[in-house]
Design a binder for this molecule. Structure first.
Ligand code: NAP
Ligand code: GLV
Length: 323
């Protein structure tokens, strides 16, 4: 008898077709995520659940779904939506999709960095509002990239790929913070591991690439933005929870920093009255960094492989909690 599975959103056929073929699965058909209650309702009695980063998986979920649950396969590299320690205690395998979205996410960090540095939002809005008067020698003045300093917060896979683009593309000097030394970054990019304090004081661009964990939650608040250069551009493609939104808004409106580019916010989407969305010097994307054909197909393949391996009691391709 095949395993019962709930897939919490429509994902690319590259992974979904095999799940449909090999399991007794239900796929959530809507564009919006199931509410927590509906997620539980659909997962009761399931052996495996394929989740998205917007699905919260915690002890209450495990209690309600039942002891037959063997595997949670997250369609994302980040897994802060899952209480994986609780999963481990219960012997439930948790999988994620690292590596295959590294380049697409680093490219998005670059897109945001360039857009924020060169007043792209202001320019696009100027044109679309029919306010473009003439070539303005004093208008839309941005920041140069060549030879500047990039501060990478979290020198993991995506941090390294972002540093590489900026070092080899624009000759940037690379500083970084991480919990551990990164000899590959030091050797390949001439990068230097420094304290967060030094990184903020010396960087012209700051790009966040940490996972969201208790140490990185609200890592960027009023004092961190105050410590940055007034020409600094802040980029976040990691998780919105790393940033205190009110502090960022204040830094952007008082000239403490030059501009920001965000692919992620907290909450997502931004609340209707979030003042960030009004700022011309804040470029915001709707969490699209892994959104390329190749990345999303590869994520689907890995998520399916992880799910099917977990159901069979085999090691996953990428398991965050080896049991
Ligand atoms: P990764 O290779 O695990 O990199 C995360 C890095 O964060 C690690 O190098 C880790 O340092 C560092 N870190 C953790 N806590 C830290 C702290 N307190 N201070 C400084 N550095 C810290 O993961 P990745 O594949 O690059 O992905 C990173 C994150 O990006 C994911 O967790 C996800 O949240 C986010 N992401 C977002 C999108 C998107 O669509 N916007 C797409 C992909 C990923 P150590 O190595 O020293 O432990
Ligand atoms: C996207 O945000 C991911 O973590 O894969």
């Amino acid at each position: 008898m095949s395993s019962k599975v709930f897939v919490a959103r429509n994902i690319p056929a590259a992974g979904l077709d095999r799940i449909r073929e090999l399991t007794d699965c239900t796929v959530w058909p809507d564009r919006l995520p199931p509410s927590p209650g509906v997620l539980i309702e659909n997962s009761i009695g399931c052996h495996g659940v394929l989740t998205l980063l917007s699905d919260r998986i915690d002890a209450a979920f495990f209690d309600a779904v039942g002891p037959q649950l063997k595997v949670i396969s997250n369609f994302a590299v980040g897994y802060n939506n899952i209480d994986f320690e609780e999963a481990t205690r219960r012997g439930i395998a948790v999988g994620n999709t690292p590596g295959v979205l590294t380049d697409s996410t680093a490219d998005t960090a670059l897109a945001l960095l360039l857009a924020a540095a060169r007043c792209v939002r202001e320019g696009i809005e100027n044109v679309s509002r029919r306010e473009w008067l003439t070539w303005e020698p004093m208008g839309f003045i941005g920041q140069d990239l060549v030879g500047k300093t990039i501060g990478i917060v979290g020198m993991g896979r995506i941090g390294h790929a972002t540093g590489k683009r900026l070092h080899f593309g624009w000759g940037m000097n690379v500083l970084y913070t991480s919990r551990t030394d990164k000899p590959d970054a030091d050797n390949e990019l001439g990068a230097t591991r420094v304290s967060l304090e030094q990184l903020l004081a010396e960087s012209d661009f700051v790009s966040v690439h940490t996972d969201l964990n208790p140490e990185t939650t609200r890592m960027f608040g009023a004092s961190e933005f105050a410590a940055m250069k007034s020409n600094a551009v802040f980029v976040n493609t990691a998780r919105g929870g790393v940033v205190d939104e009110a502090a960022l808004h204040s830094a952007l409106t008082t000239g403490q920093i030059f501009a920001a580019g965000l692919d992620v916010t907290d909450p997502e989407p931004l609340t209707g009255d979030s003042p960030l969305r009004e700022l011309a010097n804040c470029v915001i994307l709707p969490h699209i960094a892994s959104g390329t054909v190749a990345s999303r197909n590869a994520m689907a393949e890995i998520a399916a492989d992880n799910l099917l391996a977990g159901l069979a009691g085999r090691p996953m391709r990428h398991q965050v909690n080896p049991l």
